[in-house]
Design a protein around this ligand. Sequence first.
Ligand SMILES: [Zn+2]
Length: 433
Amino acid sequence: MNFKIIKRKKNSLARAGILETPHGNIETPAFVAVGTKATVKAVTPEQLQALGAQVVLANTYHLYLQPGAERIEKADGLGKFMNWPGPTMTDSGGFQVFSLGVAFGNKTSKIASSNFRGTGRFSSLYPSPQGGAGSDATENLPVPLQLSNLAKIDEDGVTFRSHLDGSEHRFTPEKSIEIQQKIGADIIFAFDECTSPEASYEYQKEAMARTHHWATRCLSKHQELKGEAALGNFYTRRSPPCPAGKGKAEKISECRQSLTNQQMLFGIVQGGRYEDLRKESVREISALGFDGFGIGGSFEKKDIATAVRWVNEILPEEKPRHLLGIGEPEDLIAAIENGCDLFDCVAPTRMARNGTLYTKGGRINITNAKFADDFFPIEKDCGCYTCQNFSRAYLAHLFRAKEILASTLASIHNLYYIINLVKTARQKILEDK
Ligand SMILES: [Zn+2]
């Protein structure tokens, strides 16, 4: 088994562990930096490593549309393509397909109204400071597309339109796994249906049954691809030879083969805010032989701890658990206390680009007038590159002058803050505190 629990906290579901991947170990609990389009916005991989990030998660939907999974495969996979040497993950693309397709005026979406901003899978739950809609997928939509219904769900998969050019595409469980295998991350996710926290019990039950059926298909496709990879000439047979010449192509082929052979697939537990559905979902998904689990939306912010506990009390202990799309500091602590190991969220970097910064005393907006003459760092005892070298006044100036370095420095601080918060929680578990 490639996941080891090294410490369990007394009277709690919290645990500290080590997840081994072909690109290095992840010490859990860990916050996963989100690099939606194969880049953590405004931050270089070197900066990301220096601030303590262990693992990056990219998005299947976005990379499939641009630059295309085949192109990433030709580059030897996601890590090589973006020059991130550590572990990588991709989500299944399900959330983006569903949030794009049914977000507007349909109860099956997580994005309940355009007065809410997205923070990943729990997009309907956090009021927006800007009043804008959406996740990374929706924030740049051209206006006519925002209002149209872009996706249709059936038992076999989802047909949707690209938010870039309106072209029609279709994801099935098999297609999602094929794309993720080409992208070549260390950890990938099964294709699931993401429901709204507002969806009725009946709809949650129906969607959950579909997610379970799709999970079985994802697992079979994953095993089939691994089997083909083990046979050897799979890649040279399928992909056009690398333009660099035969020798290089063979080497790349071997490399891809080993990426596929070692790729881990996580199944996703759904069931909304209903205890019986959540538990049924755990029983179904944990019986299937996944390498780990994703815990999907949707429940309300106040229910996160409870819903996560229902799930983690009965999930197999020895496999890693990733809470999808969660990243607010207080939610992370609640989820760690209740047995989650991994988290991802776009919030730290998205908020940073808007000038909203985390501090131990709460969020501040650096564009506020009072910071223009404040020559102290964002936080005096913060160890990040930004706080070690720059003042609030300088950052306030960069934001006002619309200098692009503002996004970089603010993102470095917010990522450092959130990654360090989770690292500190890990340390406390190790110390039984
Ligand atoms: Zn800092």
